[in-house]
Design a protein around this ligand. Sequence first.
Ligand SMILES: C[S@@+](CC[C@H](N)C(=O)[O-])C[C@H]1O[C@@H](n2cnc3c(N)ncnc32)[C@H](O)[C@@H]1O
Length: 255
Amino acid sequence: MLLKSNQFYDLLSSDFDLMISWEKRLKVEAPFFEKIFRENKVKKILDLACGTGKHSIFFAKCGYEVTGVDNSRKMIEIAKKSTRGLYTVKFIKANFLVVYPRVKEKFDAIICLGNSLPHLLSKNALRKTLQNIGKLLNPEGIVIFQNRNYDKILSQNLRFMSPNITFRKNERIIFFRVLDFCKNKIIFNLVTYREKGGVWSFQTKSTFLRPIMVKEIEGILRILNFTDLKFFGDYKSNPYRKKTSEDLILFARKG
Ligand SMILES: C[S@@+](CC[C@H](N)C(=O)[O-])C[C@H]1O[C@@H](n2cnc3c(N)ncnc32)[C@H](O)[C@@H]1O
């Protein structure tokens, strides 16, 4: 079933946090962000494509004022339920394309993590989103994107990702991600296998992605007058290498 991204994440929402070892992930990512936020005197953060709000809530607990935005109604519902009275975080349902002017405040930092930008299916949509990010940033404000390394994925035809295996109550769940390459798009297939009492079932959800190459996003950011661009290949701040890095983590500053 090929779904729009908001339908895909609405359907995935109740399983989403099972696919990720959040404690492990945040332990790896937090020092990277904390250093950058400290160096740039960040107080207010926009978590764009916040999903179930794990980063937003984590940073709010660290003392930042955080707004999380996502286009999936169900992901936002889960995020809102998870705040448990924490008053330094709020969540808003909005699409990348209308986040400005739907969100009226300005931020010191915007983060857009977890390979969210490739859900934009045209160069125009990417340009418009990066423009919106510029409008939502304070002067000298910063943005950090984390996407998969599509320079490597496409050149090496990397179709499969390692499966995640998890347990919920008396159910075993395996998430298996497969990419189908078609022209300038990718079909992202998520196959979920479930085993309960020895009986297996599976379901497939698919949505389009548009791979973002470093050259493209760098070009647009420069046209939009972003400065101070830095390209990392991981959260240890190792440099981005097209052939080997897992991820493209991109830092830019509003010019
Ligand atoms: C893989 S999840 C990443 C969630 C979270 N940022 C993380 O790092 O785990 C991608 C998120 O992007 C959101 N998304 C996709 N297209 C979007 C759009 N056009 N506008 C806003 N959010 C979008 C989805 O709803 C989903 O929550």
